[in-house]
Write a protein that binds this ligand. Sequence first.
Ligand SMILES: Nc1ncnc2c1ncn2[C@@H]1O[C@H](COP(=O)(O)OP(=O)(O)OP(=O)(O)O)[C@@H](O)[C@H]1O
Length: 356
Amino acid sequence: MDRYQRQTVLKEFGPEAQEMLKDASVLVVGAGGLGIPVLQYLNAMGVGTLGIVEQDVVEITNLQRQVLYTENDLGKPKLDVVLKRLQTQNSNTRFKVFDTFLSRQNALDIISEFDVVVDGTDNFPTRYLINDSCVILKKPFVSGAIQGFEGQLSVFNFQDGPTYRCLFPNMPGQAEIPNCNENGVLGVVPGIIGNLQALEVIKVITGRGEALSGKLLLFNGLLQSYQTISFSRCPENMAITSLQESYGMELCDVYNTLKLEDLEKLSKEGTTIQLIDVRTEEEYTNYCLPHIKSKNIPLDELLARTQELDLNSPIYILCQSGKRSAVAVKQLEELNLGPTLYHIEGGINRFLTLSQ
Ligand SMILES: Nc1ncnc2c1ncn2[C@@H]1O[C@H](COP(=O)(O)OP(=O)(O)OP(=O)(O)O)[C@@H](O)[C@H]1O
């Protein structure tokens, strides 16, 4: 209790709220720009059980905002790095880690183990998946989103309050979704929104203050402005009883994406690359990457030929444009074979463009 004295001394908080934190379990999906501050503060403040779902590795472009990671962590699984750091930060916390991406297949099982869910991801399919799972399992979830200099925050599905679908009924089409890699984000913005998410989690768990349910907070970093808009519940959104057939996750950047240039760099450094080209045999015979050895397993044969994969080393998947490779990674991911899976962005087309 000494450790938490500075917050238990607050008369609106007190030792009772601290006990509530200790008894609570919170799942954080994604240990990126938002998830990192959420995890660090919840861990510091004494939340008893923390779950983390993540399967990405630390990349150089993560360092300007995912401030727990250091240059020494580049290439390492985020989950490993984050777990080690959080364990040294608070040895009382119980951690449940899930070395996977949240998907339609695992979401209900994973989420059912926790009291509150935090969305720290960066894509719409996962947000709708979290929402629907939380509605089915009757769990509140604290949502954050960022882009550029701006951020959004809300608490959904809390005490019969509105859900994510009450605010955003339909998932935007691919063409409407801004791509984070292209749009960028100012490093400090996820820090601000992530900290606010942590605060909402504390309020949800302890009942202190008023959770941001039925309200959306809009933050503009350039103007240093915070605006809140209200929205109400639509009963049909509370009536979800099963997950959708598909959330289109293969189309989003959930899986490790590697640029061909980075693959070439690894190859030049002498790393043995297990490169699987999932185009048809005919396409492969007509043309294959000239400078990195690859093996052809057409996408429609992939699941039947997994015994040809070396499961002890990462698998890099290539196709013509990057679409089939994303699907291939998704399919293999669901088999939980073990090795890290990468899909090569832009595929052979990118190579042909770059080499012109
Ligand atoms: N379905 C999912 N399950 C678990 N984690 C996810 C899922 N979707 C995304 N994530 C994780 O959420 C985090 C989001 O972090 P962030 O938005 O800061 O960007 P990033 O994906 O790390 O980097 P960048 O977008 O620059 O490539 C990532 O670590 C990503 O792996």
